[in-house]
Design a protein around this ligand. Structure first.
Ligand code: NAP
Length: 494
C-alpha cells in the first residue's frame, strides 16, 4: 500500500500556504528517487507565523484553559496519530529510509507522548509552600509564550512530539522547524493537529534552511524558549544566540556512547544488545553504542562472534519486513560516514567487517553502507572521539573496572552507556561512575516516555520526557499573600 505525499504547502499560523523560500527536496535514499519538491519557508513566512502565534497564544481562550480542557487537544492529537499510523510510518520510511518497523514504533511513541503529556498536565499541581510568617506562599507555573522546536532528520515524528506535546500542554504556541532532509512528516503532523481542532496559530510547521529559518526562530525577540535536537556544533551556535537574549534553550545533541562488556556477562545477550545498539537505525542514532569496550579475557572470542553477527544482519530496503539495516538517510550522509572510515584506516584501524557499500543491483541506487567493525585503534583516535552517526563500531579491549571507567569517561560526550555483566553491584558502581544521561544495564536503547532523557557535556543540556518535561516549557512564579492585616513593623507606623 502506498499513500499520497502532502501537497507541499506549509502550515503557517494555522493556514496552509505555499512557502516563499527556496525549493526543498525530500528523497527516498533507498533508491535515490524523489519524493517531492516544494517551496520552503522564507524569512517572511516565519515572521508571519510568529505574528499569528503571538496572537493565538495571548488569547485567553487558550491561555486560560483549565488543564483538563487543554489536555483534550493532546488526547485528540494522540488519537489522530494512532488512527493514521500506517500512513505516517509509510511517509516516514519514504522520507528517512527508516525500516517500516522502526517508523511504526516511532509513530506509536509520538502518539503515546501526546497522551502522556495530556495526563501530566491534568495531574500536575502547583505548590502551596510552607510559610515562615503570617502569609501564604505559593509556587505556580505559567506558559512561556512562543516556543521554537528545531528537530533533526533521524527520528522526526518522535522528536517533533517530544517537543510539541509538552510545549502545547504548557499553554505555549509552537513553531516547528524540521530538518531539510526530512520535511514531510512534520507537515503530516500539522494535518493531524488541525483535524484535532487546535486553535489556529498555535502550531506552525516551517521546513526551511537551518541558517535562515532556524536562526530566526532562535534570534527573534518574541521567541521565549528554544528546544533543539541536532548536532553539537549547531547546538553550540544556537546556545550563543540564546545567551545573547538570556533565553532558556534545551539542547539534545550528539553522542559517542560507550558499551562495556565484562567477562562475566551472558555473551548471547550482550552480542544481540551490542549489535542492536549500534546497527539498528543504520547507526543514525544519537544514543548509538559506537565505542565498544570488551574485557581482554574474552575479547578475541567475543569480537569474532560479534563480527559473525554483524555479517548475518540483513541489509536491505526499508519496506522489506526482513530488513534490519536500511539505507542511510541521504547519499551525502553516507559520503560523510565513508570519510570517517577512510580516516580510521589512515589512523591504523583494522576493518574487521564492512567498511564498504554492499554490492548488487538491489543496492546500487541507494545510500547503503555495510555494518562496519573496526579494531586496532585507541580511545584517543579521531574515530573514537567524533560522532560518526552511521553503522560503524570501534572495539577496544580493557583490563579492569577502573581502566574501563577512565576510558568510557574520556570523551567530550555524555549521552548514554551500556553495561553487560551478571555482577549487579558492579553494574551499579559503573552506572553511577560513568558520565551519561542514560545508562542501560544488560539492555540498550530502551525508552520510556516517563523516564527523563538528555545528555551532559557535548551531548547537551536539559532533559526531555518525564513529569518534569512539562516544567521545561513553563515559567515558575512565587506568590506571597500577607494575612496578618498589620503594617510591616519596619515602618513603625501608625
Ligand atoms: P543538525 O545539522 O545540527 O540539524 C538539526 C536541525 O538544526 C535541523 O533542523 C537543521 O536544519 C537545523 N539547523 C542547522 N543549522 C542551523 C543553524 N545555523 N541555525 C538553526 N538551525 C540550524 O543535525 P542533523 O544532522 O539534522 O542531526 C543529526 C544530529 O542530531 C546528530 O549529531 C545526532 O546525535 C543528533 N541527535 C541528538 C538527539 C538527542 O536526543 N540527543 C536525538 C537525535 C539526533 P537543516 O536540516 O535545514 O540544516
Amino acid at each position: 500500500m502506498t499513500y499520497p505525499f502532502p501537497d507541499g504547502r506549509l502550515f503557517v499560523g494555522g493556514e496552509w500556504q505555499s512557502g516563499t523560500g527556496p525549493e526543498i527536496t525530500s528523497t527516498f535514499a533507498a533508491d535515490g528517487s524523489e519524493n517531492m519538491t516544494f517551496a520552503s519557508a522564507s524569512r517572511d513566512d516565519v515572521l508571519s507565523a510568529i505574528d499569528r502565534a503571538r496572537t493565538a497564544q495571548a488569547d485567553p481562550a487558550w491561555r486560560n484553559l483549565r488543564p483538563h480542557e487543554r489536555a483534550t487537544y493532546l488526547y485528540r492529537i494522540a488519537d489522530g496519530i494512532s488512527a493514521n499510523i500506517e500512513r505516517i510510518s509509510w511517509l516516514q520510511s519514504r522520507d528517512t529510509s527508516k525500516t517500516r518497523t522502526e517508523a511504526h514504533a516511532l509513530a506509536g511513541s509520538a502518539a503515546a507522548t501526546f497522551r502522556y503529556f495530556g495526563a501530566v498536565l491534568e495531574t500536575s499541581d502547583d505548590l502551596m509552600t510552607t510559610p515562615r510568617g503570617a502569609y501564604q506562599s505559593f509556587s505556580v507555573h505559567d506558559s512561556i509564550g512562543l516556543v521554537s522546536a528545531i528537530t533533526p532528520w533521524n527520528s522526526p515524528i518522535a522528536s517533533d512530539a517530544q517537543k510539541a506535546a509538552p510545549a502545547l500542554a504548557a499553554g505555549n504556541a509552537v513553531l516547528l522547524k524540521p530538518a531539510s532532509w526530512s520535511p514531510i512528516i512534520s507537515l503530516e503532523l500539522a494535518r493531524i493537529v488541525e483535524e484535532a481542532g487546535l486553535p489556529k496559530g498555535l502550531l506552525s510547521v516551517l521546513p526551511g534552511s537551518g541558517r535562515e529559518v532556524g536562526n530566526l526562530l532562535v534570534e527573534h525577540p518574541d521567541i521565549g524558549k528554544v528546544s533543539f535536537t541536532g548536532g553539537t556544533s549547531t547546538g553550540r551556535h544556537l546556545a550563543h544566540l540564546a545567551a545573547e537574549k538570556l533565553m532558556p534553550i534545551s539542547l539534545e545533541l550528539g553522542g559517542k556512547s560507550p558499551t562495556i562488556v565484562f567477562e562475566d556477562c551472558d555473551e548471547d545477550l550482550a552480542i544481540a544488545g551490542v549489535l542492536f545498539g549500534i546497527f539498528s537505525s543504520t547507526g543514525q542514532s544519537c544514543i548509538a553504542g559506537s565505542r565498544l569496550f570488551v574485557q581482554r579475557s574474552i575479547y578475541d572470542r567475543f569480537v569474532a562472534r560479534l563480527v559473525e553477527g554483524a555479517e548475518a544482519l540483513r541489509v536491505g530496503n526499508p519496506f522489506d519486513a526482513q530488513t534490519q539495516v536500511s539505507s542511510m538517510v541521504h547519499a551525502d550522509h553516507r559520503a560523510s560516514v565513508e570519510g570517517y572510515v577512510k580516516a580510521a584506516r589512515e589512523e591504523g584501524g583494522e576493518i574487521l567487517t564492512g567498511g564498504a557499500r554492499p554490492e548488487g543491483a538491489d543496492y546500487s541506487q541507494g545510500a547503503y553502507y555495510l555494518p562496519t567493525i573496526i579494531a586496532g585503534l585507541t580511545n584517543q583516535a579521531h574515530t573514537c572521539r567524533e560522532e560518526i552517526f552511521g553503522p560503524v563500531l570501534v572495539v577496544m579491549p580493557f583490563d579492569d573496572e577502573d581502566d574501563v571507567i577512565a576510558m568510557a569517561n574520556d570523551s567530550a560526550y555524555g549521552l548514554a552507556c551500556g553495561i553487560w555483566s551478571r555482577d549487579h553491584p558492579k553494574c551499579w558502581r559503573l552506572a553511577r561512575a560513568i558520565r551519561a544521561g542514560t545508562v542501560w544495564i544488560n539492555t540498550f536503547k530502551q525508552f520510556s516516555i516517563s523516564t527523563p532523557f538528555g545528555g551532559d557535556g557535548a551531548s547537551g543540556m536539559g532533559r526531555e520526557k518525564g513529569r518534569e518535561g512539562l516544567r521545561a516549557y513553563q515559567r515558575q512564579k512565587s506568590i506571597y499573600e500577607d494575612h496578618s492585616g498589620r503594617p510591616h513593623p519596619w515602618a513603625r507606623w501608625p
